[in-house]
Design a protein around this ligand. Structure first.
Ligand SMILES: Nc1ncnc2c1ncn2[C@@H]1O[C@H](COP(=O)(O)OP(=O)(O)OP(=O)(O)O)[C@@H](O)[C@H]1O
Length: 263
């Protein structure tokens, strides 16, 4: 375990208060952004019951290999290393009907028994919510901190507050919040439309003592390219956006002192 911590720069969990806010998409975009910026990145897809990372990268037909008792992650086109239960199933649409502790063990194995090599960042896509499964996983891996993904409506419902409180209760660093689907840019007039209201996120997060890292728009090209397994193409087309995202993430993660190590 110590060896693993030494060969991986930062281990970052990506969490969300509920499903469908774009947590896996933002995890993938973060990986692409950091990788575009020359960083060595791995993704551990710990969203065991709804694993979508392989599909977004178009590697869902590949399978994880085991060499010398070590699991070899699958590499994406740009060299991002990925492990996911979906890369082990006979059929990717087979459901995984496991309870929390079993999922926790599986994720722990994905973490410890994988030949990650040297990485600057290992991003862990945690299951959505604040229930038993994400809790068990957060206890089984040694996170340096978490990024919380939310949608504007999520804040209204105060669901994001639950994620922040859960991380606080566990003594885990919170690097900040990424607001997904924050606005929409009109094709015709190029204007930003804040469908769910503008500027409401930052003051509410400030009250909670958490920074807003980035606001990402609703982008139909993003949906399309993710669905086609070509998120890396989105990263190439939107190089400037990715560069900005990666700088924000790196500045924040580099700035926070590591206080927590669960195991
Ligand atoms: N900013 C965005 N613009 C357009 N589409 C988006 C955006 N973010 C996510 N999506 C789309 O929304 C859908 C859900 O996203 P995703 O699978 O990342 O959610 P999730 O929070 O990880 O869900 P779960 O945790 O339930 O698995 C996907 O089809 C994705 O392509």
């Amino acid at each position: 375990m110590e060896g693993l911590k030494m060969s991986i720069g930062k281990i970052v969990g990506i969490m969300s208060g509920k499903g469908g806010v774009g947590k896996s998409s933002i995890t993938s975009l973060m990986a692409v952004s950091l990788s575009n910026n020359g960083k060595r990145v791995g993704i551990l897809d710990a969203d065991i019951t709804g694993p979508s990372i392989p599909k977004v990268f178009g590697i869902n037909n590949k399978r994880i290999m085991s060499v010398d008792n070590k699991i070899r992650p699958v590499k994406t086109v740009s060299g991002i290393k990925v492990t996911s239960i979906n890369l082990m199933l006979d059929n990717e649409d087979d459901p995984v009907v496991w309870r929390g502790p079993l999922v926790g063990n599986m994720v722990k194995q994905f973490y410890e028994d994988v030949d990650w090599g040297e990485l600057d960042y290992l991003l862990i896509d945690l299951p959505p919510g604040t229930g038993d499964v994400p809790l068990t996983i957060m206890q089984s891996v040694s996170l340096d901190g978490v990024v919380v993904v939310t949608s504007p409506q999520d804040l209204v419902n105060l669901i994001v507050k639950k994620s922040i409180k859960m991380a606080n209760l566990m003594g885990t660093n919170i690097y900040g919040v990424v607001e997904n689907m924050s606005y929409f840019v009109c094709d015709e007039c190029d204007k930003k439309h804040y469908i769910f209201g503008k500027g409401g996120m930052e003051p509410k997060l400030n009250e909670l003592g958490v920074d807003l890292l980035y606001s990402f728009p609703i982008n139909p090209d993003f949906t399309e390219l993710c669905d086609e397994g070509r998120i890396e193409v989105f990263g190439k087309i939107n190089f400037d956006l990715c560069e900005k995202f990666s700088h924000v993430v790196e500045n924040k993660i580099g700035a926070i002192k590591v206080e927590n190590c669960c195991i």
